[in-house]
Design a protein around this ligand. Structure first.
Ligand code: DSN
Length: 410
């Protein structure tokens, strides 16, 4: 990166501090990852200077010859990677991708049926504190109380009762594979559109390790920076028949100028994800999550929500520890382990009684399997002895040993 300390020491120093933090923390926030140097370099390129309003070949401003190439490459790679007929690579984020899809398929007041935030759904799927809950009449499905899994019989019953115009599938905190074909059947039966938000598992889908929702859904949204390991941003994938209305809903419907430096970075991420090494990486992400899950189950200090892990993330129920999610996340962060507080599927209040952890970043740092298990053990150690400074110091030292052993090299 160009050293701009002389031009702006305050921001330069803040970036250095963040880089130092990333190097020295065991990052377990399930939605984070480490984008490659090529991706970060494209994001810092001259493409940020250019107004690119419109679509390739049909722009508002002159001078988009190279930009058109960037866009076409990004669109074609996204289509190839996810076997999609249509791709829109412009959404600035997953939220904006969702917003554009809703605007394309719904009118204000229309009914939507989505996974509740408690069960692991995302807040842009109709929560009242989001535009999606204010604009649309949102209804929610949850998970079974016994096994904490989606129950398609119940979802079908709800869909028959609610008669939503759009069913939304996909989660932010759910550790199992989701069978999109079940959602498709329900959507067909009640005459609803089906949208899948695959933001969390996009990398697993790209690697062919999870069922591809593009095959089943009318439209699929995603971010590009979670398991997919690209730049921060969003995408929309769909059947070709929806291309016109989705394009219009993104531009001019909800965005103007595109972030071309980010589109270029997305294109690089799609190329990286097409390589065979990406599949190996994603397989290891899942394996590492399962290694951690086994430690939690054996140690029995925290409870693994959903009992098993089939992807990159899991939620831990802290009830037995007496800690809230916020207390646990802060305590873990104080020893150098980054997690986030999380709702539990069956809790009723707003106090988050869980934490969510994921393995994309430590796998990008090539933590070996013994060290991955060790990280889980460190977490249970902290949860068992939240007030024991001797133990917390020991954990902190072990975290430093591990981050030094597995430096960020991407
Ligand atoms: N998708 C959220 C997460 O899982 O962290 C952020 O919006």
């Amino acid at each position: 990166m160009y050293n701009f300390e002389k031009e702006d020491a305050e921001i330069w120093n803040a970036i250095q501090a963040e880089e130092y933090r990333q190097d020295n923390v065991i990052e377990l926030i399930a939605s984070e990852n480490i984008a490659s140097k090529a991706i970060r370099s494209a994001q810092g390129s001259v493409l940020t200077n250019k107004y690119a309003v419109g679509y390739p070949g049909n722009r508002v401003y002159t001078g988009n010859e190279a930009i058109d190439q960037v866009d076409e490459i990004a669109i074609n790679r996204a289509k190839e990677l996810f076997h999609a007929e249509y791709a829109n690579v412009y959404p600035h984020s997953g939220t904006q991708a969702n917003q554009a899809v809703y605007a394309a398929f719904l009118k204000p007041g229309d009914k939507i049926l989505a996974m509740s935030e408690h069960a692991g759904g995302h807040f842009t799927h109709g929560q009242s504190h989001s535009f999606s809950g204010k604009l649309y009449d949102a209804h929610f499905y949850g998970v079974n109380s016994k096994d904490e899994l989606l129950n398609f019989d119940k979802i079908r019953e709800q869909a028959l009762e609610v008669k939503p115009r759009l069913i939304i599938a996909g989660a932010s905190a759910y550790s199992h594979q989701i069978d999109w074909s079940q959602f498709r059947k329900i959507a067909d039966e009640v005459g609803a559109y089906l949208m899948v938000d695959m933001a969390h598992i996009a990398g697993l889908v790209a690697a062919g390790l999870h069922q591809n929702p593009v095959e089943y859904a009318d439209v699929v949204t995603s971010t590009t920076h979670k398991t997919l390991r690209g730049p921060r941003g969003g995408i929309i994938l769909a059947k070709e028949k929806y291309a016109d209305k989705l394009n219009k809903s993104v531009f001019p419907g909800s965005q103007s100028g595109t972030l071309e430096h980010v589109v270029a970075a997305k294109a690089i991420a799609f190329k990286e994800a097409i390589q065979p090494e990406f599949k190996t990486y994603m397989q290891q992400v899942i394996k590492n999550a399962q290694i951690m899950a086994n430690v939690f189950v054996q140690d029995d200090v925290v409870r693994l929500v959903g009992h098993e892990v089939e992807n990159h993330e899991m939620t831990l129920d802290l009830t037995k520890t007496g800690l809230t999610g916020e207390q646990a996340a802060n305590l873990l962060y104080s020893v150098g382990i980054a997690t986030n507080k999380e709702l539990l599927p069956l809790e009723s209040g707003d106090v988050m009684e869980g934490i969510r952890i994921g393995t994309p970043t430590i796998t990008s740092r090539n933590f070996d399997e013994a060290s991955v298990a060790q990280v889980a053990k460190l977490i249970t150690e902290v949860m068992k002895h939240p007030n024991d400074n001797v133990i917390l110091d020991k954990v902190s030292n072990e975290v430093q040993r591990l981050v030094n052993k597995f430096p960020v090299t991407r």
